[in-house]
Design a protein around this ligand. Structure first.
Ligand SMILES: [Zn+2]
Length: 332
């Protein structure tokens, strides 16, 4: 499974399961899924903007004619790169966890359109956000299309004669994450519970709950794993991500106990073992999540502070395109 090609487009996993892959899987370049049986269809997630979602739906329709009408759209979580194309899936019922729906209503597309539009006024955090998302995706014309059916815990659906299980595993990446499991095909679409060859980003946490989500995948008889970002993987991919999360939790704890702050800890932790993983700037977000976990704090972090810290880490490595400087001192 892990050797399937990582190429843009629709990949036939067999027996009516398909994955839409978008390399390189970095910020905003997310995957989606399609399940078809006896003329019924279920789409797992839409993409970050209308252009990319339209391209995906058109290609699905060409390759899988039944997908011209999507009966059910499942959103694995609330992030825009998995939901901002929802409005194009006309007539479908949209299913998600109730926490996912709450987050989508709290932070609608116009919130992000305004935020990305104001990047010049937001210092390094804004420059970074623009580089990795605002300049890549067009959020104009996106309107809110929140879930119409919600659940807590788990929900079983039928797509034709195929049964599909939705399993709530958040809070982890976001407050309302879910997995889409197709037992008879030993396939799971994980949304952003799985990143392959990229650092995961723990927005909500706790990390221990994300580790538990990995165990829930591994406890099932699954073979093919379609991540939210990156190449199709297998059980080893889940074990690798679990290792990363356990490692960050253990290493962050040592530095928390030694009195380092989250930024100092992130700079101090050796990532040699994961050095070929993309988006290393996310480590500081994950250390911050670990720190909140140690302090018994639930809820969400301050995203602008974390974007500021990621910007600093990213620009120190790659230079800043806005001011053409590689120093951590910027004046734009
Ligand atoms: Zn994502």
């Amino acid at each position: 499974m892990a050797n399937r090609p990582y190429e843009k487009g629709l990949h036939d996993l067999g027996n009516g399961c398909f994955a839409w892959l978008v390399p390189d899987g970095s910020w905003g370049y997310s995957n989606a899924g399609l399940i078809v049986d006896s003329g019924e269809t279920l789409l797992v997630d839409t993409l970050f903007d209308l252009k990319s979602t339209r391209e995906m739906l058109d290609q699905m329709h060409r390759q899988v004619p039944a997908s011209g009408t999507i009966g059910t759209l499942v959103n694995t979580h609330a992030n825009g790169d998995h939901t901002f194309g929802n409005q194009l899936v006309r007539g479908a019922r949209i299913v998600a966890t109730s926490k996912c729906r709450d987050e989508m209503l709290e932070r609608p597309p116009e919130f992000f359109r305004n935020l990305f539009g104001a990047w010049r006024a937001l210092g390094d955090a804004g420059a970074f956000m623009h580089e990795v998302m605002g300049s890549r995706f067009d959020l104009s014309d996106i309107v809110a299309a929140p879930p119409t059916t919600t659940f807590d815990g788990s929900l079983s659906l039928n797509v034709g004669n195929k049964s599909v299980e939705l399993i709530e595993v958040g809070p982890a990446h976001t407050p309302g994450d879910l997995l889409v499991h197709v037992p008879q095909d030993r396939t799971v679409f994980t949304g952003d519970i799985m990143f392959v060859k990229g650092h995961p980003i723990v927005w909500a946490g706790p990390i221990s709950n994300w580790i538990a989500a990995c165990d829930r995948i591994l406890s099932r008889d699954v073979e093919t794993i379609v991540p939210g970002h990156g190449a199709i993987t297998d059980r080893n991919g889940v074990r690798e991500l679990k290792c990363y999360l356990e490692y960050v939790l253990v290493e962050a704890r040592k530095r928390y106990d030694a009195g380092m702050n989250d930024e100092e800890a992130a700079n101090d932790i050796s990532m040699e073992r994961f050095k070929d993983w993309g988006e290393p700037e996310r480590l500081v977000v994950n250390v911050d999540a670990a720190y909140r976990e140690f302090e018994g704090q639930g809820g969400m972090p301050d995203p602008m502070r974390l974007f500021g810290l990621m910007a600093k880490a990213h620009f120190a490595r790659n230079g800043c395109p806005a001011c053409k400087g590689s120093s951590v001192v910027h004046t734009h």
